[in-house]
Ligand binder design. Structure first.
Ligand code: NDP
Length: 475
């Protein structure tokens, strides 16, 4: 792309250009306006069964040593009734409600009241006030990026308590795991319902709301794009990062503490799970500003999918490996452990480098070097709802030249490593890789559909240049 043409694009971007031929696609990017039967059926299925799936997994660990088949066999053979299982399930307790309320309040305080100071002394870290991507209505939101700080403060306090103050046992999360599940569900449903009502009656930005007319779809996929309370409390950023992802590493630490308490040692598999997932979580917070440019923030509206998903699905199902290892302490031989470590680190490297390449490419508008060379790309354009024409670029070199979502491939390799750390006795810890494969394949297809609506013929040129989605030569 010659330099003078680059300048021309930059100048044009400043002006509103109404083009009749692309008018039809205005505002079509973002989530769907119309609901097909398949989407509706999937949504009803998830609304009904996702909470049961979470309960089933956690209950089977609590009552059946993490066997997924034994509860079904017991029910089918009449050895047990549903009521027997339910009666053995711990109920909501005042203690759990207190712990959970304190936890969420603490995270709100860290998010809202403590401006980021990490970016002032950590070289290379991008924190403080940052801008998100342009929304379909043409709004650019500002965010206070202080997740790394919240994570550090929370973990320093956790370790200070575990080693010095002893106010509570580090096994507190494991010990209240099911009562806390009810609290997480209450918050998940409350926030999703509130977001729905807010979308109808007092949206943050009415132009960025979408109503399909289908109650279930709107509840699940959300109406508002970026719901906020006040200027800074952003629902998407808060609920996804904290309490969800800050909790992830604390939950794993609590599981490790439980292993220590029960067996007098922490197994190498538990250490591997803690370390690999810890790297993933830290990476998320180190790159929180980059996260503003990912699909969750750029395209997804805030509904039950994100609200309940962040409060319940993520902390309960992403941590299944650690939970499993409390019931089945697996000590791996050195070769097995090293193999898993290598797979996890390689997956992480691919995941991080692919994301980094796109971020660098977009930040510098293509004026950077990828693998020592100037990046190759395809010019593309799209329109926001008010008819403003914007220009963008799709990279076709580096990892982005290998496949259209090689970052997902790296993520899947890392996910497989966590599961393999649990050995081969049960399928429960393998839920994560199955789920991530479905999630990321579906996400890949969703994203491609959205990009196609957004960029039209330019997207077709891009898919012709990079024909594979996840695995070069295969898919
Ligand atoms: P991406 O970071 O891949 O972002 C996709 C967007 O990038 C597209 O919508 C498009 O946006 C832009 N884009 C696509 N192709 C190109 C290209 N060739 N050059 C430049 N820009 C391009 O997807 P996600 O936001 O889904 O994922 C971010 C990371 O988070 C991934 O690594 C994923 O693995 C991880 N993740 C993890 C999850 C978990 O639960 N553990 C869940 C979801 C994601 P635009 O409109 O700007 O052009």
């Amino acid at each position: 792309m010659p330099v003078h043409q680059d300048k021309k694009f930059a100048q044009e971007k400043k002006h509103k250009i109404i083009q009749n031929d692309t008018k039809a696609s205005q505002g079509q990017w973002g989530r769907a306006w119309e609901v097909d039967w398949f989407s509706l059926a999937s949504i009803l299925f998830l609304l009904m069964f996702a909470p049961l799936i979470v309960y089933y997994f956690i209950m089977s660990c609590d009552q059946y040593q993490c066997s997924l088949t034994d509860p079904v066999l017991d029910l089918l053979t009449g050895k047990k009734h549903l009521s027997d299982i339910w009666n053995k399930t711990p109920m909501l307790t005042y203690r759990a409600a207190g712990i959970y309320s304190l936890w969420v309040t603490f995270q709100v305080v860290l998010y809202v009241f403590i401006p980021d100071f990490c970016h002032k002394f950590l070289p290379g870290y991008v924190g403080g006030v940052q801008e998100g991507a342009v929304t379909p209505a043409g709004v650019v939101n500002k965010y206070e990026i202080n997740g790394l700080q919240a994570w550090i403060i929370t973990h320093v306090l956790w370790f200070a308590n575990a080693s010095v103050f002893h106010f509570f046992s580090p096994t507190i999360i494991f010990d209240n795991w099911i009562p806390l599940l009810w609290c997480a569900n209450i918050l998940g449903y409350a926030v999703s319902t509130f977001a729905m009502i807010k979308g109808y009656f007092f949206p943050t930005n009415a132009k960025d709301c979408k109503f399909t007319g289908n109650f279930f779809y709107d509840y699940m996929m959300g109406i508002e794009f970026n719901p906020r309370i006040g200027k800074w409390f952003d629902f998407k950023l808060f609920f996804n990062g904290r309490p969800g992802i800050v909790a992830w590493t604390l939950i794993n630490l609590s599981f490790a503490a439980k292993q220590q308490e029960l067996y007098g040692e922490v197994t190498n598999s538990m250490i591997l799970v803690n370390v690999l997932q810890g790297i993933y979580v830290l990476d998320f917070f180190w790159n929180e500003a980059w996260y503003l440019k990912t699909i969750d923030i750029c395209h997804d509206h805030f509904g039950w999918y994100l609200g309940w998903g962040d409060c319940v699905w993520l902390p309960y199902l992403y941590t299944l490996q650690g939970l499993y290892l409390v019931y089945h302490p697996v000590q791996l031989c050195t070769a097995h452990a090293l193999g898993i470590l290598m797979l996890g680190l390689l997956g992480y490297y691919i995941f991080r480098m692919t994301n980094h390449q796109k971020d660098l490419f977009r930040r510098t508008n293509g004026n950077c070097r990828i693998w020592g060379k100037k990046p190759e790309y395809i010019e593309c354009s799209y329109m926001s709802v008010d008819g403003t024409k914007y220009y963008s670029k799709l990279m076709t070199s580096g990892f982005w030249g290998w496949a259209r979502h090689f970052n997902y491939t790296g993520d899947l390799m890392g996910s497989l490593a966590y599961c393999l750390a649990c050995g081969f006795e049960h399928i429960l810890p393998y839920f994560y890789i199955v789920y991530m494969t479905i999630l990321l394949t579906h996400r890949c297809l969703r994203d491609e559909h959205r990009c196609w609506s957004k960029y039209g013929k330019d997207w077709k040129r891009y898919t012709a240049a990079v024909p594979y989605r996840l695995l070069p030569g295969i898919f």
